[in-house]
Design a protein around this ligand. Structure first.
Ligand code: DOR
Ligand code: ZN
Length: 345
């Protein structure tokens, strides 16, 4: 039995680090395991300019403990009619790595998101030209569409036309949750990839209702039925370079999750690589974890692989029920469970 695993240091291609006290509380959890992370811009107000992204990057760097080497990769929050020159300039200055499309009202802090994808077509044109990736929260916001179908309907109603209109645009379909998305990405050209979270590999939609309402398993896009989880597991562990690690770690204070209108988001950063390792081991694919976690992402983004390595040991690792943060607590993913792997530097 494998007792220790050495991997090239991974990156997290989708994370929410928040700001202020919450940023201070969560930054190290990501920076301990990952060399780089694509940082989501859904702050209040959202990060829509290069100056705001540069200032946010400075705050992240200041929040990470001095011993940790970590590079935040910043994203621009796309809004209707966004100035493509701002994107091009921010990208040229090395501030924006990518830009994020939130359909308006699709998820947390997306009120300023895009109301019609045609309103950002000039930006997409520019991004295609300069090779700047578009990161997509792929759910329609039409409330007549069943919440469990919103990702599949997004592919049909929006994504297919964006891909047809911008055939060379690099697109990351973020935190995919369905077999439909897996199939779409697999069947598309090499410029279309996807991130997969640890939680969508571990749970299906039953987890939210097991013996009662379980707000800590609620995130967006919401977990789907088992056949979709199985398709995601095959995609993540199958070695296809189009699929790579993106935790979508999204911390919320416990009282905002356990409420009559609980926030969407799962805080999976503290034991992220351990959680993925469990899935890869269950699928008999531990030898493919490094590709998914450390190689496919940088290759897609055109960035160098990290030069250093991490080790995971096979040690029973209890996950705390709550983690103190910002004067309150966060319930992490796998709270109260015991994982088989432990990250050691
Ligand atoms: O569950 C989610 N939480 N999904 C998102 O898209 C946003 C995120 C957050 O910011 O809390
Ligand atoms: Zn996210």
């Amino acid at each position: 039995m494998t007792v220790s695993l050495t991997l090239r240091r991974p990156d997290d291609w989708h994370v929410h680090l928040r700001d202020g006290q919450m940023l201070a509380a969560v930054a190290d959890a990501t920076a301990r395991q990952f060399a780089r992370a694509i940082v989501m811009p859904n702050l209040k107000p959202p990060v829509t300019t290069a100056a705001a992204a540069a200032a946010y990057r400075d705050r992240i760097r200041a929040a990470v403990s001095p011993g940790l080497k970590f590079e935040p990769l910043m994203t621009c929050y796309l809004v209707d009619g966004i100035d493509s020159d701002e994107l091009v300039r921010g990208h040229a200055q090395g501030i924006f790595t990518a830009a994020k499309l939130y359909p308006a009202h699709a998820t947390t802090n997306s009120a300023h998101g895009v109301t019609d994808v045609r309103h950002i077509y000039p930006a997409l044109e520019a991004m295609q030209r300069i090779g700047m990736p578009l990161l997509i929260h792929g759910e329609v916001t039409d409330h007549t569409v069943d919440i469990f179908d919103r990702e599949a309907v997004f592919i049909e109603r929006i994504l297919k036309s964006v891909v047809a209109d911008f055939p060379a645009l690099k697109i990351v379909f973020e935190h995919i949750t369905t077999k439909d998305a897996v199939d779409f990405v697999r069947d598309s050209g090499p410029n279309i990839a996807a991130t997969i979270t640890p939680h969508h590999l571990a749970i299906n939609r039953n987890a939210m209702f097991e013996g009662g309402m379980r707000p800590h398993f609620y995130c967006l896009p919401v977990a789907k039925r088992e056949l979709h989880r199985q398709a995601l597991r095959q995609a993540a562990t199958g070695g296809d370079p189009k699929f790579f690690l993106g935790t979508d770690s999204a911390p919320h204070a416990v009282e905002t999750k356990e409420s009559d209108c609980g926030c969407a988001g799962i805080y999976c950063a503290p034991l992220a690589i351990e959680s993925y390792a469990r899935v890869f081991e269950e699928e008999g694919a531990l030898d493919r974890l490094e590709g998914f976690a450390s190689e496919h992402g940088p290759r897609f983004y055109g960035l160098p692989l990290n030069p250093d390595f991490i080790t995971l040991e096979r040690v029973a690792t209890p996950v705390p029920p709550r983690i103190p943060a910002a004067g309150t607590e966060i319930v992490p993913f796998h709270a109260g469970e015991v994982l088989d792997w432990r990250f050691v530097a």
